[in-house]
Design a protein around this ligand. Structure first.
Ligand code: PLP
Length: 390
C-alpha cells in the first residue's frame, strides 16, 4: 500500500499551533527525514495530526500524507520545492526574486580551505532588498502580518542596526505599506539613507545599541503609531531561517554532494544561526558542530552583538553550539584574507564568523565541508575597512 498525499495549501487547520508547540514535531521530521503519521483531513479541515501539519507547513513542504501507509520521505512531500527557481531567472517583483531566487549562492573559499577541509561561504548579500540576510526575516514577518489583517496603508516599525530597516522598507514599499525605522547612534550611512529612498521614515537617535531602542519602539507602537514588526521577538524571524537559510544549506549540500561537517555564523537577533543550529542538530545529531561569533566585550562589529545581551531563540531553542569572542581586528583580518585570496569583499560580521571558525579549527579541527554564513557585503562598511588598510 502506498501513501496518499494532498497539497498542504488545500487544507485549513482547525487551529494554529505556535512555533513552540511545533518544535518537537519539526525536530522529529528533520531527524527521520520522513513523516510517519497522517494528517487527518475532513471536508478540507485538518482535524488530527495538527503537529505534523504545522511542522510540514513551517518547513515549507508542499504535501502532507493523508492516507494509505502514512509514511513518506521528505523529498516526496515537495520539501525542496522552495528552491525550484524561476526559468531564466525572470521575476515578477523584488519579493518574487527574494523568494524564488533562493538558495543564496555558496562559494568555496580558497583562503580557508586546506587539506581535508573545504570552507564554503554562503553569500547572503545576494538577497535583493537590503543585500543582506535580513531580507528573509523582513519578508517573512511582513507575510505574517499580511495573513493576519493585511498591511496596505499601514505603518510597520522597528529598531534596526541598519540592514533590517532597509529590508523592511523595501518589502513594505512593495506591499503598499510604509516602514518606520529607529536607528542607534552607530547605524551605517546606508541604513539612514536607503530606507528613506524607499519611502520609509527614519528616526535617528543617540542611543548606543539597537536593543536599547526597544522600550521607545514598544511605547510608540502601543500608542497606535505603527505595527511593531519586532525582529527581536517575532518568531517569524526564526521560522524564515528554518524554512530558508537552514534548509537551503541542507539542499545545497545534497545537490553538491558535500560532506557537511559544520556551520559557522554570527549573531544579532540570533534569528538565522539559532534556526541553523536547531535544524542541523535535529537533522544530523546533537554533536554536529555549530560555531558562533560574538564581539569581544569592548568592541562593536556592525550587525552583531554578544549573546548575553538577550536573544530569545539562541537562549531558549539553540543548544550545544560553540561560541567564540572575536575582536574587530580579527574580523577585519578575516575580511582581508578572503579579499586577497578569493577576491570577495565580505562584511565584518562575515569576517567574525570566519575568525570564529579559524579558532574552532585550531582547538578541535574539522575535516569535510564547513559552511560559513556571510550575512552581508563589505561594500557597505568602507570607513571601517579603509581604517584596517592603514
Ligand atoms: N550581520 C549583519 C551585517 C547584520 O545586519 C545582522 C543582523 O542585523 C547579522 C549579522 C545577524 O543576523 P541575525 O539578526 O539573524 O542574528
Amino acid at each position: 500500500m502506498s501513501t496518499l498525499m494532498e497539497p498542504i495549501d488545500s487544507m485549513k487547520p482547525s487551529r494554529e499551533l505556535s512555533l513552540w508547540e511545533t518544535l518537537d514535531y519539526i525536530a522529529k521530521v528533520l531527524r527521520e527525514g520522513a513523516v510517519e503519521e497522517c494528517v487527518e483531513v475532513d471536508g478540507g479541515v485538518v482535524r488530527g495530526g495538527l503537529g505534523v501539519y504545522w511542522a510540514l507547513r513551517r518547513l515549507g513542504a508542499r504535501y502532507a500524507p493523508t492516507g494509505g501507509e502514512c509514511r513518506a520521505p521528505l523529498e516526496e512531500l515537495g520539501y525542496y520545492h522552495d528552491f525550484a527557481g524561476a526559468p531564466g531567472r525572470v521575476y515578477s517583483s523584488g519579493v518574487d526574486l527574494l523568494v524564488r531566487g533562493l538558495p543564496t549562492p555558496m562559494v568555496m573559499l580558497r583562503s580557508y580551505s586546506r587539506g581535508g577541509l573545504r570552507v564554503w561561504a554562503k553569500l547572503e548579500w545576494f538577497n535583493p532588498f537590503s543585500l543582506s540576510v535580513k531580507d528573509k526575516a523582513a519578508y517573512y514577518i511582513v507575510e505574517g502580518l499580511r495573513a493576519s489583517g493585511g498591511v496596505g496603508g499601514r505603518v510597520l516599525g522597528d529598531a534596526s542596526s541598519s540592514n533590517f530597516g532597509v529590508a523592511l522598507a523595501g518589502v513594505s514599499a512593495y506591499y503598499g505599506a510604509r516602514a518606520k525605522v529607529y536607528l542607534p547612534a552607530n547605524a551605517e550611512d546606508f541604513g539612514r539613507i536607503i530606507p528613506r529612498l524607499m519611502g520609509a521614515s527614519v528616526v535617528e537617535t543617540d542611543v548606543e545599541s539597537t536593543v536599547r531602542l526597544l522600550p521607545r519602539v514598544i511605547r510608540d507602537s502601543s500608542r497606535g503609531e505603527f505595527v511593531h514588526a519586532n525582529q527581536f521577538m517575532n518568531d517569524r524571524n526564526f521560522e524564515a531561517h528554518l524554512r530558508y537559510t537552514a534548509k537551503e544549506i541542507d539542499y545545497q549540500a545534497r545537490v553538491a554532494g558535500l560532506k557537511l561537517s559544520g556551520v559557522a555564523g554570527s549573531i544579532g537577533t540570533s534569528g538565522h544561526m539559532a534556526a541553523v543550529n536547531f535544524y542541523f542538530k535535529s537533522r544530523m545529531g546533537p554533536g554536529f558542530p555549530v560555531i558562533l561569533a560574538q564581539p569581544t566585550g569592548e568592541e562593536s562589529i556592525p550587525g552583531i552583538r554578544r549573546a548575553e545581551t538577550g536573544m530569545i531563540w539562541l537562549s531558549l531553542i539553540a543548544q550545544g553550539y560553540s561560541l567564540y569572542d572575536v575582536s574587530l581586528e580579527e574580523s577585519l583580518e578575516a575580511v582581508m584574507r578572503v579579499a586577497r585570496v578569493d577576491g570577495l569583499a565580505v562584511s565584518p560580521s562575515g569576517g567574525a564568523a570566519l575568525a570564529a571558525l579559524e579558532r574552532h579549527l585550531e582547538e578541535q579541527g574539522i575535516e569535510g565541508d564547513v559552511v560559513v554564513v556571510v550575512p552581508d557585503t563589505g561594500f557597505k562598511y568602507l570607513a571601517l575597512i579603509s581604517k584596517a588598510l592603514k
